[in-house]
Design a protein. Sequence first.
Length: 253
Amino acid sequence: MLNYVVNYKNQQVIYIGHSMGTTGSFVMAAERLDMHEKIRLLISFAPVAYMTHIKSPIRIFAPYIREIQRIEQYFGLDKFLPRNWIIHLLSKYGCNLTTKEEKVCENIIFTIGGFDAAQFNLSFLPVITNHDPAGASTKCVVHYLQEVNSGKFRQYDFGEVKNMEKYNAISPPDYNISRMSIPVAFFYGINDWLAAVQDVKRFYKQLPNTVEIVQVNHTMFNHLDFLWAREAPELLYYQVLDLIHDQIQGGNH
């Protein structure tokens, strides 16, 4: 997709990613050196690389990675929370009824990424539940859980035997982030349960070409506020537009 845009416009791309979208961009920057000249700037909302300090209950599954992998292999469950008829039914009838039921859905969302009732627009809930969850690769989810356990930003762990076949080593190698020459800007929330402040700052300090790291000026700003917060334009988007403008003009922000 990036190659298509670059070839079509004949100019560099400014990439904006959120959560998993930032992880993918970091892997690309570390592994695909041919892409560096095509990307002018990586803007990362709620950056996820290291996951040592996440508060989300998702971390409780981390000790059971092997069991999850066995279930995936045995039943062929390659998709995590796919957009099937069951999820559609739950989203339609489980999150679009009474005020109390709306609050239940709201709290489920908060439990994943952090609580921030003031910024959450309940009237937007039917839109959210009609699109999310939309499914993800089970392998990708397992990879994140591996990061929780290892405290590292490294490639997928297939197990010792397959690791030897693929990496010629018992353990998977770390991504070589010293090769990430693309300029990077980070925006993070202090109440983010999936992109913890300590992990975000640790990763940022190791990058070779940083532009700026910004804490969103709201004490309860969480992982999903980057997408849905009532005041996201004032708290975040206008500042990002200023950064993009400066980059396009060739200035330093």
